[in-house]
Design a protein around this ligand. Structure first.
Ligand code: ADP
Ligand code: ZN
Length: 600
């Protein structure tokens, strides 16, 4: 019976026809008053897992959220759905807080959002002790982990909840794919005996693409202009300077690009973040400081201008694309220089020796992933201990399999060159020697022009030699010096290669890249595109009037459904995904109006 009530709320409030994945079981468990731990990728639909039980159970659900921006977005979205919801945080004045407290004690609120600090204040705990709390939801639960990137020490103190509120169900939710972090959440938050719901971490709508950088800026432009000419997205760079340069470049090209990095004032950062959310089609050029707390569902691409420091970070950063489930792209340009830069970061960090080794290992794994010739999704998921039965058909290697050539002989020559020159020179120098060039004056000075292998590799282009060196580094046969000068030495593991016992297959750069379709992927039938655009303009106008992001009025999925089914009667709007009762009343007539006009 309770599940029927849940389904009813799903339909009436959110306008969705059915639960997705394990949502139904999770909702059910909470409604019955039991704890759970929910591990689901970004965009999987975690919020509904506690919002529906909050609506069905009596009392107020307390939601712990780590960031004020996140909290405000969620509250805004729920208010638009006609849900009675409030938050308490430091941005409010006394009067506002008093008002929310009043609503809470009079039992008006279905949900209350709090930061962990606020929840743990004695006065808040006392207040909650006096009201009927329906459940505790701990969002972004990975913040409890010291291993994660968003550690918040207050999260660890949330283990007091089951003691203070013994009979109130708790749910912790996270999109982290890291096994160690998951385990820590379960232990720290005392959820070992709770029901665990682990969903696949695959993000099938994200298409993975990796290119080696020769002119990364221009490669980025080509990607943007052909694949995402009007879409919103994020471009990640390693340094502040670089974000500014790239943003200037994109603005010159006619895109609206904003920057976001740790060197800006809070105010400037907030302004840019707000614009990214409120306006359509903005490109945010950012350092990794940007991202957490971005709930924008229609980020259509995430581009990396450099190699991320490990696969965990890469998964998390690219995961910000395509939350709405519509097609999105993760694109990366990387080079060996990134490995040098990142190596230096590791060396200069104040981590212990063991931790540094681990970080270097993870960096190498990241590089290895870039060098893959097989399905990227299979490898990415495998890294997180998930088996995928077959190739995805939606990554660069699946879509256009790279040419693979036998480079065993060349690899041996490259390794000998490292050895003969004393295991201290970088790739450029080594390529000079192999190709018989003395342009670098040190070659002559060192007498390396008299080596037997000098010039024996001149039939192979410098580019191809560099690719091969990069691959040997990615496979761990060669190791870069830790000081960041790029000098290479041999790893123990390269012996079998030298002896010719291991086959080295090299990925050959595709000479004729497949022509990319102009205009990028269309989300709907071409014939419905004009109506979609008209609906989008209406949405932009309504959002502006209300001072909320366009996707809070309706997500793209709803606009697509409207443009495809073209309902012309107010009543038939209820069958459109994402249109619940309140939104129907608030916006229904206006959208029907545009559709009617179009049909005539
Ligand atoms: P997460 O918090 O896991 O990243 P969200 O809760 O933001 O994901 O959900 C992602 C998107 O999917 C949102 O736009 C949400 O409204 C939508 N969604 C969630 N559950 C359903 C469902 N059962 N049917 C249709 N859309 C859903
Ligand atoms: Zn694939």
């Amino acid at each position: 019976m309770s599940v029927d009530a849940a389904l009813e709320q799903l339909k009436k409030v959110f306008g969705y026809a059915e639960f997705r994945h394990a949502q139904k079981e999770i909702v059910d468990t909470l409604i019955q008053g039991e704890d759970c731990l929910v591990l689901m990728p970004t965009g999987g639909g975690k919020s509904l897992c506690y919002q529906i039980p909050a609506l069905v159970r009596s009392g107020t659900a307390v939601v712990v959220s780590p960031l004020i921006a996140l909290m405000q977005d969620q509250v805004e979205a729920l208010q638009q759905l006609g849900v009675s919801v409030g938050f308490l945080n430091s941005t409010q004045d006394h009067e506002q807080r008093w008002q929310v407290t009043n609503q809470l004690t009079s039992g008006e609120l279905k949900l209350l959002y709090l930061s962990p600090e606020r929840l743990l204040m004695p006065e808040t705990l006392e207040l909650l002790g006096q009201v009927d709390v329906s459940l505790f939801a701990i969002d972004e639960a990975h913040c409890v982990s010291q291993w994660g990137h968003d550690f918040r020490k207050e999260y660890q103190q949330l283990d007091c909840l089951p003691t203070i509120f013994p009979n109130i169900p708790r749910v912790a939710l996270t999109a982290t794919a890291d096994q160690r972090v998951r385990k820590e959440i379960s232990v720290q938050l005392q959820l070992e005996n709770a029901q665990h719901f682990v969903h696949s971490f695959d993000r099938p709508n994200i298409s993975y693409h990796v290119v080696d950088a020769n002119d990364a800026r221009q490669q980025l432009w080509r990607f943007l202009s052909t694949q995402h000419p009007n879409d919103a997205g994020i471009v990640y760079c390693l340094s502040r300077n670089r974000t500014e340069q790239i943003a200037d470049y994109l603005n010159e090209k006619g895109r609206t690009a904003l920057v976001y990095h740790a060197g800006m004032t809070d105010e400037a950062r907030n302004t840019n973040q707000r614009r990214f959310l409120l306006e359509d089609g903005i490109v945010m050029v950012a350092t990794i400081a940007f991202g957490m707390g971005i709930d924008k569902p229609d980020v259509r691409f995430v581009a990396h201008m450099n190699l991320p420091k490990n696969l965990e970070a890469y998964y998390q950063e690219t995961g910000r694309a395509g939350r709405d489930g519509l097609p999105a792209t993760a694109w990366m340009a990387y080079s060996l220089k990134d490995v040098m830069t990142l190596n230096t970061f590791v060396e200069e960090s104040d981590a212990g020796q063991q931790h540094k080794l681990l970080m270097q290992h993870k960096l190498r794994t990241m590089l290895g992933w870039c060098e893959l010739t097989t399905c990227r999704r299979v490898a990415l998921l495998k890294y997180f201990d998930e088996e995928m039965p077959q190739s995805c058909g939606n990554c660069d290697n699946c879509l256009a399999p790279p040419e693979v050539i036998d480079s065993t002989e060349n690899a041996r020559r490259a390794l000998s060159c490292v050895y003969r020159t004393g295991q201290r020179y970088g790739v450029s120098y080594l390529v000079e020697v192999l190709r018989g060039s003395t342009a670098d004056s040190r070659v002559k000075q060192n007498g390396h022009d008299r080596l037997e292998l000098f010039g024996t590799g001149d039939a192979i282009s410098a580019r191809e030699w560099r690719d091969l060196f990069r691959q040997l580094i990615a496979s761990g046969y060669l190791v870069m010096d830790e000081e960041g000068h790029g000098g290479l030495r041999m790893d123990e593991s390269c012996r079998p290669v030298l002896r010719g016992e291991v086959e080295i297959l090299q990925r050959r750069p595709r000479k004729t890249a497949k022509p990319e379709k102009k205009g990028g992927k269309l989300l709907i039938d071409e014939s419905d595109q004009p109506l979609f655009e008209a609906l989008r303009s209406l949405r932009t106008r309504l959002a502006k009037e209300a001072g909320i992001p366009p996707y809070v009025v309706f997500p793209d999925t709803t606009l697509i459904a409207l443009a495809t089914h073209k309902p012309t009667e107010y009543q038939s709007l209820t069958s459109i995904t994402g249109i619940g009762q309140t939104k129907q009343e608030r916006y229904g007539e206006a959208f029907i109006g545009v559709i009617r006009q179009f049909i005539q």
